[in-house]
Ligand binder design. Structure first.
Ligand code: PLP
Length: 387
């Protein structure tokens, strides 16, 4: 059995809430009908499905018509981007330089279809400012994509300021759509997705202790259908609904993502991460990525911390800790097997630092004891390479 106590890769996948998943599974077995069927079994399943939509909407503080269940963060990012292909006239898309591949790769597809891609550049601290977005926008911009919190550095972007800026720049003309990838932010940092000007947002179940393969797309105003077929999810996203996943993500939203809980946990995690940063700061050869992370806790999610250790390639650190039953990662899980680090490149981090960078990410299992054990293990490995 793998040990869960020393799991520090929450940004890749959180530890599931087993009780929630088991109860959701049992309930979905009871609700065996297809929610689209008109017989009683179908109607019962549909009733619960719509209740879940309302419960999720209540947590987000939005109307239930704005909640669409999807297969996860990737799909919730994909749908708003791909919807542009429906437009007869092509224009430009603004994408931040630090997006997750779920957005970045999809935007590259638009390029192949004739769309112009304008990149909103990152600061060296890994932040996308409203000024950077403004600089990247042009008269034909139809969509702006900026994530709320970055999956490698934890950098938090001021999506409200960005939204306001987009609105201001669009006075008197058609406003571009604004898509926010909230996968690493939702349920972790205080976030109001109902904020004016946020058109669509992506949420993923497995980042908030739910199962993999379920997500939510928030869509403020109905757009063109994305996935055509049987017309489920109000025709926006066809496909028989994953009632098990929907039940589970709904419970997770209520248990972990309500405003007050998020704030309480945020403060707790801030203290734990500060403790870890303080201890790490004394290690020989350490560089925080970005460097300001050693003293700036205002602009970063406490759930995600990146650092590089001199003379220790990231993969070596990950494997050395893994041998002790401690799990961290190099960058994001999807880039773990690739050599390139586009987010760090966008921040102009030198190759020797970026190839040594590792990500520690935290969640419910993180305690003072587990943080201290992690620190001891990291410091012992570090002292072998940096005596
Ligand atoms: N966006 C961000 C910022 C992520 O970190 C991830 C997953 O790591 C995704 C999107 C994709 O989410 P999913 O794994 O649910 O498809």
């Amino acid at each position: 059995m793998l040990n869960k106590d020393l799991y520090f890769d929450w940004a890749a996948s959180s530890l599931c809430d087993e009780e929630i998943l088991k109860a959701a599974f049992d309930k979905s077995l009871e609700l065996f009908g297809n929610p689209s069927s008109i017989h009683k079994a179908g109607r019962e399943a549909n009733k619960v499905l719509q209740e879940c939509r309302q419960r999720c909407a209540d947590i987000l503080g939005v109307n239930s018509e704005c909640i669409y269940f999807t297969s996860g963060g990737t799909e919730s990012d994909y749908l708003p981007i791909i919807s542009l292909l429906e437009r007869p006239v092509k224009g430009s898309v603004v994408v931040s330089a630090i997006e997750h591949p779920a957005v970045r790769e999809q935007i590259n597809q638009l390029k192949k279809c004739g769309w112009k891609i304008n990149v909103a550049q990152s600061t060296q601290e890994g932040i996308i400012t409203a000024d950077a977005v403004e600089k990247a926008m042009d008269a034909d911009t139809a969509l702006v994509c900026v994530m709320a919190a970055n999956n490698e550095t934890g950098a938090i972007n001021d999506i409200y300021a960005i939204s306001d800026r987009i609105t201001k720049l669009s006075e008197g003309k058609k406003r571009p759509k604004f898509h926010v990838d909230a996968v690493q932010a939702f349920g972790k940092i205080p976030l109001d997705l109902s904020y004016k000007g946020i058109d669509t947002a992506a949420i993923s179940g497995h980042k908030i202790r739910g199962p993999r393969g379920i997500g939510i797309m928030y869509m403020a105003q109905r757009q063109e259908p994305f996935l055509r077929g049987g017309g489920q999810e109000s025709g926006i996203r066809s496909g028989t609904e994953n009632l098990y996943g929907i039940l589970a993500i709904t419970e997770c939203l209520e248990k972990y993502c309500a405003k007050k809980i998020v704030e309480e946990n945020f403060n707790k995690q801030n203290e734990l991460t500060s403790r870890f940063i303080k201890k790490l700061s004394d290690l020989k050869g350490i560089t925080f990525v970005p460097e300001c992370r050693s003293h700036d806790d205002m602009h970063y999610s406490p759930y995600c911390l990146q650092a590089a250790f001199k003379n220790i390639p990231g993969e070596v650190m990950v494997r050395a800790l893994s041998d002790q039953g401690i799990y961290i990662s190099t960058g994001s899980a999807c880039s773990a097997r690739k050599q390139n680090r586009p987010i760090l490149d966008a921040m102009k981090i030198s190759k020797d630092i970026s190839s040594n960078a590792v990500r520690f990410s935290f969640g419910y299992s993180t305690t003072v004891e587990s943080i201290d054990k992690l620190f001891t293990a990291v410091s012992e490995i570090n002292s072998l390479f940096n005596p």
